[in-house]
Design a protein around this ligand. Structure first.
Ligand SMILES: [Zn+2]
Length: 86
């Protein structure tokens, strides 16, 4: 059975194959396309809406237990916009 994870945006449980993994790697937030980077990960639906929800709720700062700069969030969003459907 597929492991379920909670989307940090909408807080719904989802199978990890349907989620994006976001990691903090070398101090920067990034989308872990391979889902293999080490370190603490956050899980997010492949929807910009969920990314916005997560950003608005400060979910990444909480998930990574440190303050995430707005600049880092902007970079993450830019990455996501290239990958995801609107
Ligand atoms: Zn979601």
């Amino acid at each position: 059975m597929n492991q379920a994870r909670t989307c940090v945006g909408c807080r719904q449980l989802e199978s990890r194959t349907n989620l994006l993994r976001v990691v903090r790697f070398e101090g920067k937030l990034q989308i872990d396309v391979s889902k293999k980077l080490s370190g603490r990960g956050s899980w997010l639906h492949q929807k910009l809406n969920c990314l916005d929800l997560a950003v608005n709720r400060g979910a990444f700062s909480r998930a990574f237990r440190s303050k995430i700069d707005n600049a880092d969030l902007a970079i993450l969003k830019e990455q996501a916009e290239k990958m995801l459907d609107k």
